[in-house]
Design a protein around this ligand. Structure first.
Ligand code: FES
Length: 653
């Protein structure tokens, strides 16, 4: 006499429903995540479910084979035209006839979990901003003089319960022909903002459309621009590409770009135009690579440091060049792509820019926080994104602190005598034998060590051109461990060190790694000046981390995460020997890869993640290194290698 019991897996949600209730209706009433684009018309097949038969002691249900209705004509037609997988039913057509357990497969869930390859801390649950709806619109009528948009609006309200929509000029210009082409049935793409407000009409297609929609997650760095093209339905990366930031011609580092804007009237506009052009070129090439049309790109998410943020948006960055480093706005931004001149995607594409944490700690750091979730960590975690400005976060479930530290470009190979970017030909790994003091090294491109068979052949095309950031870090740390450097960072002479590789250079010494100068090639040595540059950079990095630890009232951290493309290449052991990062068990120092890029993808795939990062950023405590006298103290005492004041017990083990 009871109504039948319906149990959904994997959610476990359950309820009793009268015989004849469609499964989609039961799912809706229980809040079960079951997708639908056609609203139960038997067209889209997004509502597919798998009924389970047998006994389910966990759920206290026995399911008879006739617990669901037989196939109806709509289901038969769908199966004969498109084919339903064995065991699958259309949830909008099958109705409840008896107690039943219904499994919702991942493809039928809007909020499905995405399995990712990256080492990042969090799982990603899809919650896309843009959704499809199939809708039947009333034809215009002489007796009811309303516009096509108003009738589309009314249909969405009646058929989907969507209260209000807005539509901008570009889509309004396409509305009439498309409605008529679809004979008043269209599929629309609507974009919801996580802050609420009306949904925005982005695109429409005649009849039922299964167009795949894409979004771009863009990590706009001062040196490179990296983009992932992602499927907006399941978060999959379709293609990835990167280009150099063309603003380099206005200045290598951020501060020189800020001064370019200060010295040259209209210079900020020039830089804005250059970066937008590069993003358009990148969008076009990544679409071509993936074989998609520009109009299929409906969203973009940007993460960037504060200076790039302002230059992308067309704001003069001059205030970011001087204390107190005021941003135009630190809030997240939701914009129309066309307002940013993004012409290589759909003309209605929506852009989301993550919030900045502070004038020195940008949306890129916010993206790292979104990917790594320091505020969810039981352990006290230190996250270091190494760049020209290191962005540092320290936190656990009690609170999260953030600062930036002016490390300068030495870690990127700049200001180093034989330094270069990490590119083919650069030495990126190095070991020095503690007895013979002889080096062996690896060169990007060949990926073989210098004493391995085939090394010369492997580097025949690239040659050995210089040493990159991770290479110089390893070189300095190895020199210290081999006794070529004293704790103050002074390189010993040939007599003191016992190796002819320590050669005089003016009043100091250099350690010779590779010398092809006799054949007109480069001479790659670590000079005393290089050691000093690295000491300044690592002291700044360490002092920033220490300042956050002081603020937190701790003298050790549980784990360290190295973020950023560069962080991924740093060897934890060498970073610790150098004293770049505070002492921690070596196995607790991990790399998160490009965590900012991962954060951008998360925000692209999920509007609840956008709300989450906005909440997190409000709660992060900003620590300003520039005005903090203890920063100077830590900076000075961190100069030694590892250094003189703080204990490094883990290094001994
Ligand atoms: Fe579209 Fe069932 S909801 S086929």
């Amino acid at each position: 006499s009871h109504d039948p019991l319906v149990v959904f897996t994997p959610s476990g949600k359950r309820g009793r429903f009268p015989r004849g209730t469609p499964i989609l209706t039961a799912a809706r009433q229980l809040g079960v995540d079951l997708d639908s684009v056609c609203g139960g018309r038997g067209i889209c097949s997004k509502c597919q479910i798998t009924p389970a038969y047998g006994e389910f002691s966990k759920h206290g249900v026995t399911v008879a084979p006739d617990a669901l209705s037989d196939w109806n004509a709509v289901e038969e037609r769908y199966d004969s035209k498109r084919g339903l997988k064995k065991g699958r039913r259309l949830g909008c057509q099958a109705t409840v006839q008896g107690d039943v357990v219904i499994d919702v497969p991942p493809e039928s869930q809007v909020h499905r979990q995405v399995v990712r390859k990256e080492a990042s801390a969090r799982t990603l649950i899809m919650d896309p901003a843009t959704h499809f709806y199939l809708v039947d619109v009333a034809e215009p009528d002489m007796h009811e003089p309303t516009g096509d948009l108003e009738r589309l609006s009314r249909a969405l309200r009646e058929q989907w319960g969507i209260e209000e929509i807005t539509a901008d000029l570009p889509i309004l210009a396409r509305l009439q022909p498309l409605l008529r082409k679809g004979k008043w049935q269209v599929t629309v793409a609507l974009h919801r903002d996580h802050r609420g407000g009306p949904a925005k009409l982005l695109e429409l297609w005649p009849g039922f459309s299964e167009e795949r929609l894409f979004g771009l997650a863009i990590d706009l760095g001062s040196t490179t621009i990296a983009a992932h093209l992602c499927d907006l339905r399941n978060g999959e990366v379709k293609a990835s590409a990167g280009v150099m930031n063309p603003q380099i011609r206005f200045g290598e580092d951020l501060m020189s770009r800020v001064s370019y804007a200060m010295m040259n009237p209209g210079g900020d506009k020039e830089m804005t135009a250059a970066v937008r052009d590069a993003i358009n070129d990148l969008t076009a090439s990544i679409s071509a690579e993936a074989g998609i049309e520009p109009r299929q790109i409906l969203e973009a998410v940007f993460v960037c440091n504060p200076v790039m943020h302002h230059l992308l948006l067309g704001f003069d960055p001059v205030e970011l060049g001087q204390a107190p480093f005021a941003l135009v706005t630190s809030s997240s931004l939701s914009l129309d792509g066309r307002d940013l001149g993004l012409t290589a995607m759909n003309d209605t594409a929506q852009v989301y820019i993550l919030p900045c944490i502070a004038g020195h700690v940008g949306a890129d750091a916010a993206a790292v926080a979104l990917a790594e979730q320091p505020g969810q960590s039981e352990d006290l975690v230190l996250i270091v994104d190494v760049g020209t400005n290191a962005e540092i976060q320290l936190g656990n479930t009690t609170r999260v602190l953030a600062c930036s530290s002016p490390t300068g470009p030495a870690f990127e190979g700049a200001q180093i005598s034989a330094g270069q970017r990490a590119a083919p030909g650069a030495i990126d790994r190095i070991e020095i034998d503690p007895v013979t003091k002889e080096p062996r090294f690896r060169v990007i491109g060949g990926d073989l060590w210098s004493d391995e068979d085939g090394f010369d052949a492997a580097i025949a095309t690239t040659g050995i051109t210089g040493i990159c950031g991770s290479g110089i870090i390893e070189a300095v740390a190895e020199m210290r461990m081999a006794g070529l450097l004293d704790p103050s960072g002074l390189i010993g002479s040939a007599e003191q060190t016992g190796t002819p590789r320590c050669v005089p250079e003016g009043r100091t010494h250099s350690y010779l790694i590779h010398d092809a100068s006799a054949e007109g090639g480069p001479r790659i040595a670590v000079t005393q000046g290089d050691i000093r540059a690295i000491q300044l950079a690592k002291s700044a990095l360490y002092a920033g981390a220490r300042l956050l630890m002081d603020e937190m009232g701790v003298d050790k951290v549980d784990r360290v995460v190295l973020a950023g493309a560069f962080g991924a290449h740093i060897s934890p052991k060498h970073a610790m020997v150098l004293g770049m990062i505070p002492d921690a068990p070596l196995d607790k120092v991990t790399s998160a890869g490009n965590a900012a890029g991962t954060g951008a993808r998360i925000a692209l795939s999920s509007i609840s993640a956008r709300a989450e990062i906005e909440r997190m950023v409000r709660e992060i405590v900003k620590v300003e290194t520039a005005i903090e006298p203890r920063f100077q103290e830590h900076f000075v005492s961190a100069n030694a290698i590892p250094h003189a004041t703080a204990p490094f017990p883990e290094l001994k083990s």
